[in-house]
Every structure is written in structure tokens, then in C-alpha cells.
Design a protein around this ligand. Structure first.
Ligand SMILES: [Zn+2]
Length: 425
């Protein structure tokens, strides 16, 4: 179906685009470390014990992988905790003049995007969207003249577009005040998102054009409208922006050239069309939205029990991780219909493999389906149905026979939490 075609195109393009140079940029040097030390000041010794217990689970990035699931996220990306200031510029072209006002265009994405990040981060990311220029910023050349296609990062056409944007905005905008930039393009420029998704993010890219002395290294471009015709655009059309901004914070694409079949609707970096969904617990750890005390690391041989609370609900233990090697492991978390996770049709324990040496768009995360070939439990549009019933229920066990690992859901004690028993050699 068209969804898959869009995914394929977008996957190829985005993977080719992200020119991660892993250079510190000064302005955005405070990349997420993935670890928050908040809340441990009263007990430094306990805190360091917690940290060292997690060390085997902090699988690291690998050389040669442009955008990795590894911890910590390398410098150069926008920080993902505290107050993050986003500059929004609405642009149009002489041959594609903005229809409606520029602020109408912005209102397709805000305040939903800020709310989405507040909810997903348990309030740790305070996303401040600003629009110092409240009208369309007219580009000097027609849209077609920039040659915007599924090109590569800051290829000549894009470089020229960004230079024109910086020049047009410079007298009214101090670019150095912002952590990231959103370019919201008039939807009548370029192809429909139903045919070709052009929306893209250049992140961690120190080669970017410079404005006010800072490179526009973390910039998301949104084109067209992700309107699938199901009548839900007003509620869910904004979701392309938290996806693109996810790249700005260092998250890779989880869909592959085959579509969303690796992770389904369990992370917005996998599927950003359709009903609302959250991020994986692994991503929340990577972004600094979970404390070390909310993670348990099953690194020792034998059996360990873990009580996990629903990921979408603030507080409590969220993630158990079973390291397999220095670059891979299994993550275990509880997903329920709450918070940003609107489409969950079978609550339970989600188990997935994380590979930090697999690149963006190549399948760095793979969800284990407790009910393979079931067809899934959702019929919502643009939700990969097969994996929608992936979570494991009490009495069910996931096994990796080769690695000798098993994860059993032994009970659902109360308040939506689940008890999980992990056995490893
Ligand atoms: Zn993407």
C-alpha cells in the first residue's frame, strides 16, 4: 500500500541525508548523555552503585555507524532535557505563495508537538516553540529552482535554500538563541506527502550553513501534509514534527526499506503517520528522560525478577535490559493505552532487540511478536497491524535459544505493573 512506498522512499532519503560528523558545535554541545544524575544527590554512594550496575547495559555506539542507538548520544545534537528553544520559520516561494497565514501553518504543529514532548518526557523536555517572524518568509527563487528532492545533506540546492532562509530572517532573528530550527514549508510547494515524503532533518551536521555565527546543524524541514484522508489530520498530522525532531536529538529511523515491520507502531521513529504513539523506553533512557534508578540491568547469570510499571505513566521502574554483547541486548518494558500511546490494543510486556552497530534505517531495533502471523489487534489506518499485539501477557515467555535467554511474564501484580522473570546463562 502507499504507506509502504512512502516509507521506502523516506527511509532511503533520510539515511543518505544525515551527515553526522560527531563534532562538538559549541552551541549545541550539551547533547544528551542518556543518563540523568538527578535525584541521587542525597546518596552519592548509592548513586555510583546504581551507575556501575548499569554499565554493561549502556551499549555504546560503533565507529562507522552514522546514527546509532548506542549510549551516550555523541555530541553535536540538540540537548533533549530542560528548556529547548525551537525557532520556527514558515517559508513560501514566488511560484508557491503561502495559502492562509504563516501562523495557521505553525498551528498545524503547535501546541501539539510541545505537548507530545512534555508527555513523552514526563515533563523533562520543555519545548519552547517560537516564531519571531509571524508572516511567510518569501524565498527569492521558485521552489523548483532549488532542486529539492530526496537529495543528500546540504547538497547545493539545500545549502542555497538554507542560506536564503538565513539571509531573509537574519535581521529579525538571532539564530544563536535557539537549540533547533523547524522550517515549515508552505504545503503547496512540492509533491504531496502521499506521493513523496520530502520532510527531512539534518542533524549533528557541523557542515551546515552558518547564521549568526552558529551552524544550522539541527534543522528539520516539513513539507506538504501527512494527510491520509482518514479525517484524522487535525489530530495526528503534526506527528511528522516530533519524528523529525527525534533526529535532532540523535534518534535513528527505525523503519527500514521494507516499511514499519521491524518495530511497528511502538515508536514514533518507526511510524509517524496514524494515531498517536510514544517512544520506546530505550529511547527515553537515551534522551535522559529516565533516571538510572528506573532501569534494571540483567547482566549477571541466573534468574532475576523485575517489576515494571507502564512506560507512559510517570514514575517507577520502566526498563529492564539484558545485554548480549557490547553492542546489543534485549529491552523489556510495559506498554499500555496511556499518555502518547493511544493505539495500544493489547497491553503487556514489549520485548525488543537493540543493536547499536546497525545504522539508521537498517533496522537497529526489532520487536519480538508474541503472536506472530496473527494479523494483530488494530485496524487503525497507518498502524502496522501485525505487531500491534506483540506484547507478552502473564504466562507467556520469550526465548532466545541461541543466547540461552528467557523472559517470562509471571504476573500482573497491580496498578498496571507487570512482574518479569529473566533467566540468562
Ligand atoms: Zn526519520
Amino acid at each position: 500500500m502507499p504507506q509502504t512506498r512512502r516509507r521506502i522512499r523516506r527511509s532511503r532519503r533520510t539515511s543518505a541525508y544525515i551527515g553526522l560528523t560527531a563534532l562538538a558545535l559549541g552551541v549545541t554541545a550539551t547533547a544528551s548523555t542518556g543518563i540523568s544524575s538527578r535525584g541521587h544527590s542525597a546518596a552519592g554512594a548509592v548513586a555510583s552503585t546504581v551507575e556501575s550496575a548499569l554499565a554493561p547495559c549502556r551499549i555504546a555506539g560503533t565507529m562507522g555507524v552514522q546514527m546509532s542507538e548506542g549510549l551516550p548520544t555523541p555530541p553535536g545534537y540538540a540537548r533533549s532535557t530542560g528548556e529547548v528553544k525551537a525557532l520556527n520559520l514558515m517559508i513560501d516561494f514566488p511560484d508557491a505563495k503561502g495559502e492562509g497565514t504563516a501562523l495557521d501553518r505553525m498551528a498545524e504543529f503547535f501546541p501539539q508537538t510541545s505537548n507530545w514532548f512534555r508527555t513523552s518526557s514526563y515533563g523533562r523536555l520543555s519545548y519552547r516553540a517560537e516564531a519571531p517572524i509571524r508572516t511567510w518568509l518569501r524565498m527569492p527563487m521558485p521552489f523548483a529552482a532549488y532542486g529539492i528532492e530526496r537529495g543528500s545533506a546540504y547538497e547545493p540546492g539545500y545549502r542555497q535554500l538554507v542560506e536564503h532562509i538565513a539571509k531573509a530572517a537574519d535581521s529579525e532573528v538571532d539564530f544563536s538563541k535557539y537549540d533547533l530550527v523547524n522550517i515549515l514549508v508552505t504545503p503547496n510547494a512540492g509533491p504531496s506527502a502521499l506521493d513523496t515524503v520530502l520532510s527531512v532533518t539534518f542533524s549533528g551536521n557541523a557542515e551546515a550553513p552558518v547564521a549568526d555565527g552558529v551552524p544550522l546543524a539541527n534543522t528539520s524541514f516539513v513539507y506538504s501534509r501527512q494527510d491520509d484522508g482518514s479525517g484524522t489530520y487535525r489530530e495526528t498530522g503534526y506527528r511528522v514534527l516530533p519524528h523529525e525532531n527525534g533526529h535532532v536529538f540523535g534518534l535513528p529511523d527505525l523503519y527500514t526499506s521494507d516499511g514499519g515491520g521491524a518495530v511497528g507502531h511502538w515508536d514514533i521513529m518507526s511510524e509517524d503517520w496514524g494515531s498517536n504513539n510514544d517512544l520506546l523506553g530505550w529511547h527515553k533512557w537515551k534522551l535522559g528522560w529516565l533516571d538510572s534508578t528506573q532501569i534494571s540491568c540483567a547482566a549477571k547469570s541466573g534468574t532475576s525478577d523485575h517489576v515494571l510499571t507502564p512506560l507512559a505513566v510517570s514514575g517507577g521502574a520502566k526498563l529492564a535490559f539484558v545485554p548480549l554483547s557490547e553492542s546489543a541486548g534485549y529491552a523489556v518494558e510495559v506498554r499500555t493505552q496511556a499518555g502518547n500511546d493511544e493505539a495500544v490494543c493489547k497491553p503487556g510486556v514489549l520485548i525488543y532487540k537493540v543493536d547499536s552497530d546497525v545504522d539508521t534505517g537498517q533496522g537497529p531495533v526489532t520487536v519480538s511478536d508474541s503472536a506472530g502471523s496473527s494479523g494483530g489487534c488494530t485496524r487503525r489506518p497507518n498502524v502496522h497491524a501485525e505487531l500491534s499485539d506483540a506484547p507478552f501477557r502473564p504466562g507467556e515467555t520469550f526465548t532466545d535459544e541461541q543466547a540461552g535467554i528467557s523472559v517470562s511474564v509471571v504476573g500482573e501484580p497491580r496498578n498496571g505493573s507487570y512482574q518479569v522473570r529473566i533467566t540468562r546463562p
